[in-house]
Design a protein around this ligand. Structure first.
Ligand code: TXA
Ligand code: MG
Length: 355
């Protein structure tokens, strides 16, 4: 979906005036402000209800220079920029302190930079010719928005403009790589996978703070400030599990009878749903589980994790729309983009049942 020149012109006017504008990228929708506008940056934190110690990513147009943003470009960054920009990869570099306000980086000496490949983001950044800071355009804590409608749900009435570029292709936020320390680290897994990065930077590894089976080790603090918050959680109790369909059936039956016994509730008033692959949904159907559920939300086929990545945030939002009390989610393999899927799914979950 192409964004018309009139909308781009309006967006530019708003950004230069210190306002915020939501726009599509290949990962998720962003809430943009001009990187040099203190007023615009303040409005981002205000609209999202975001903690001010959580720094923002600076977005630049294809081919744009990083002058006035990064103090220097580490050699390893050049390698990754050549290979993966424009695309869903954010690089942490030393901050140009004379130009980038400290409000952008939550007081850090480093700055996160990304050159998005999504058509809408490219059009906006090229048209405006300015660096744009943008967090995901959701209310802080909610799943990141992957359609303009998701942005409207969260920020409607709070921001002056949402540019609609259709659904985002990747569906999860960009991979973040820190190149300012001796050991290169992935601070947030995303569409550019660890395997892809290792081909160019063999000693790169996942930040220990984002590692884990399907559990998060609370003792290790993640290096990206934003990764320490619980995120994306639906209102209902999300149970993430790698158990087979028979176990789901057993658990759901138990949930239903517990609800009717303990709370004196009618069985039908407890709203249970599932978020799973098509294969799992078929198994659940055969086990007779789906008829006990209020919602069966698909993440596509197991063999196509890119599809699950694209659908996950929408699926978590649907769980709220359907007012589910209990949600069973299927754990995916951590291979490739699975690392990013599981990173978000674990953060959204209230409980994990690992077999
Ligand atoms: O795909 C994306 O990256 C999307 C789109 C809109 O571009 N943006 C996005 O922004 O996900 P946000 O604000 O939701 O997440 C930015 C993450 C946070 O976890 C933040 O802590 C981390 O980047 N970050 C930003 N600057 C950093 C820095 N200097 N050092 C370490 N982490 C940083
Ligand atoms: Mg975010």
């Amino acid at each position: 979906m192409k964004i018309c020149p009139e909308s781009l012109a309006l967006a530019k006017e708003l950004l230069l005036a210190g306002q915020v504008v939501a726009f599509p990228t290949e990962t998720v929708y962003g809430l943009g402000a001009w990187a040099y506008s203190a007023e615009g940056i303040r409005r981002i934190y205000e609209a999202k209800g975001r903690p001010s110690d959580n720094p923002l990513i600076v977005h630049v147009a294809p081919g744009a220079s990083l002058e006035g943003i990064a103090e220097e470009i580490p050699q390893r960054a050049e390698v990754l920029m050549d290979r993966f920009w424009p695309g869903p990869l954010t690089l942490i570099m030393p901050r140009d302190k004379d130009h980038i306000p400290s409000e952008v980086t939550g007081g850090l000496e480093t700055v996160a930079i990304r050159m998005p490949s999504g058509a809408g983001a490219r059009a906006l950044l090229s048209f405006c010719g300015i660096p744009v800071v943008a967090p995901s355009a959701n209310t802080s804590g909610r799943p990141s928005p992957t359609t303009a409608l998701h942005v409207l749900e969260d920020l409607g009435g709070k921001i002056p403009l949402i540019l609609d570029g259709g659904p985002c292709e990747v569906g999860l936020e960009s991979t973040i790589v820190d190149l300012t320390e001796e050991k290169p680290l992935v601070l947030r897994p995303g569409g550019i996978t660890l395997e892809m990065l290792k081909r160019w930077i063999p000693d790169i590894d996942l930040d220990p703070g984002v590692k884990g089976a399907i559990s998060v080790d609370a003792k290790v603090v993640p290096k990206a400030p934003g990764m320490k918050y619980r995120h994306y959680a639906p209102k209902g109790h999300l149970i993430l599990t790698n158990a087979p369909a028979e176990r789901w059936k057993q658990w759901i039956r138990e949930d239903l009878s517990r609800a009717s016994e303990e709370q004196g509730k009618d069985k039908t008033t407890v709203r249970i749903g599932v978020i799973a692959s098509n294969e799992m949904l078929e198994d659940l159907e055969q086990e007779g589980v789906l008829k006990l559920c209020h919602a069966a939300i698909s993440l596509g086929y197991v063999k196509e994790p890119e599809m699950a990545a694209q659908l996950l945030f929408g699926a978590l939002r649907q769980a709220d729309e359907k007012e589910l009390d209990i949600i069973y989610g299927e754990a995916f393999s951590r291979e490739g983009v699975g690392e990013a899927i599981m990173n978000r799914f674990v953060k959204a979950s209230a409980e994990q049942r690992i077999l």
